[in-house]
Design a binder for this molecule. Structure first.
Ligand code: PLP
Length: 399
């Protein structure tokens, strides 16, 4: 029936990707557990998606924008590839409110940080790519797909699961940094991020700084943006998102900052990104951009941060329990993630099974985020306060 074999070549690099079975395997084991004991109330502390709705200021702006789209005089067609000026200005003003100078012309709005993290690979040649381990898998997979040379930067308890520049002697790297991090929740201090900026300047390297969790930062001395560090505007690109700060996971809006002062081999980086986006991207919907603008203006930001505070409280509840039990963890502050050491030397999948079987609580095995994640486990704060309290009570009994 389907016997035809095409004579085309496919991208061989895809065969070098490691099998991504993490979330399907979790779903399979949770289903089996639910079937074995239908009365068990399974609580999911593994979700990486938000659960609270968009802020009223955001939905109000989107409703008004929908009405504009239904009227001939205010209808809009294709949006500009880099975002409407009103959104680029709102993002620039958002940075300015935390004392960071990012001109609107350096802001490129997009349909999310994941897309930007994956797409930015297009504008680089053959460089050595440094990626922390464990980390959000998109950085690694998108570079593997493009056939790039990747070196993983191992992290561990000793450095609080933050990558350091120690032992790096080459030059011209592209370095992915994520702070506050997924899955570890670990966040750089200003000095630690300053070390990376100094390293990039010294070695002619580029930092790609993913600040998707910036809204969760509460501690003084923890930067929300790489541009809080002097000199970063010549060696760092920043990718950010409204997914976790304003509940936009399903609405889709993020941005990439490419300061116009960044250049390599005489070529300004932003020119390549503009060319790439103008060729392969047709902008985000007007309605979404009006919602995004509202999420960044003071009233929308204030409302959205109420949800962030709710999640943060859940994270603190999880962290407090682990502290009481003397379990090592990172995150829990400045982050919706808590990254805990599995008790008794269990592997991360062994602990997953134990927690599911004995407490009916679901988390995410650390091994799914990289080799250095083995023996660790991610819990998330995106559930309801009641479910989180209940799950933490069960977890504490088990530890
Ligand atoms: N960057 C990090 C570190 C993430 O954890 C996530 C989502 O979980 C993203 C980016 C994706 O963001 P977006 O929803 O804007 O694509």
């Amino acid at each position: 029936m389907f016997a035809l074999e095409l004579k085309i070549k496919t991208n061989d690099n895809f065969s070098r990707l490691s099998e991504s079975y993490l979330f399907s395997e979790i779903a399979k084991r949770v289903k089996a557990r639910a079937e074995a004991d239908p009365s068990a109330k399974i609580i999911r502390l593994g979700i990486g998606d938000v659960t609270l709705p968009l802020a009223p200021a955001v939905t109000g702006a989107m409703e008004a924008a929908v009405r504009e789209m239904g009227v001939r005089e205010t209808f809009r067609g294709y949006a500009p590839e880099y975002g409407y000026d009103f959104l680029r200005e709102a993002i620039s003003a958002h940075y300015k409110r935390s004392g960071v100078d990012v001109p609107a012309s350096a802001v490129y709005a997009s349909d999310g940080a994941k897309c930007d993290c994956g797409n930015i690979v297009d504008i680089f040649g053959d460089n050595e790519i440094l990626i922390p381990d464990p980390v959000y898998p998109v950085y690694l997979d998108s570079n593997v797909m493009a056939g790039r040379r990747v070196t993983l930067l191992p992290t561990s308890e000793a450095t609080g699961f933050l990558p350091t520049t120690e032992g790096l002697s080459g030059e011209g790297y592209i370095v992915y940094l994520c702070s506050p991090g997924n899955p570890t929740g670990a966040a750089f201090t200003k000095d630690e991020l300053g070390d990376w900026v100094a390293f990039a300047r010294r070695t002619g390297s580029l930092l790609i700084f993913d600040s998707a969790y910036e809204a969760f930062v509460t501690e003084d001395g923890v930067p929300r943006s790489v541009y809080e560090i002097d000199g970063a505007a010549e060696c760092a690109v920043e990718i950010c998102s409204l997914s976790k700060s304003a509940g936009f996971t399903g609405t889709r809006c993020g941005w990439c900052v490419i300061p116009h002062g960044i250049k390599a081999g005489g070529t300004p980086l932003f020119k390549l990104w503009e060319r790439r986006q103008a060729t392969k991207f047709n902008g985000i919907p007007y309605v979404v951009q009006r919602g995004a603008e509202a999420a960044l203006l003071p009233e929308g930001r204030r409302q959205s941060l109420e949800s962030v505070a709710y999640y943060r409280k859940n994270a603190a509840v999880i962290g407090d329990a682990l502290r009481r039990r003397g379990v090592f963890f990172t995150g829990g502050v400045n982050s919706p993630y808590v990254w805990m050491k599995c008790p008794g030397g269990l592997t991360s999948w062994e602990f997953f099974d134990l927690l599911l079987d004995r407490a009916a609580v679901v988390g995410t095995p650390g091994a799914g985020f990289g080799r250095c994640g083995e023996g660790y486990f991610r819990l998330t704060a995106f559930g309801s306060a009641e479910a989180t309290e209940e799950a933490v009570g069960r977890l504490e009994k088990l530890l």
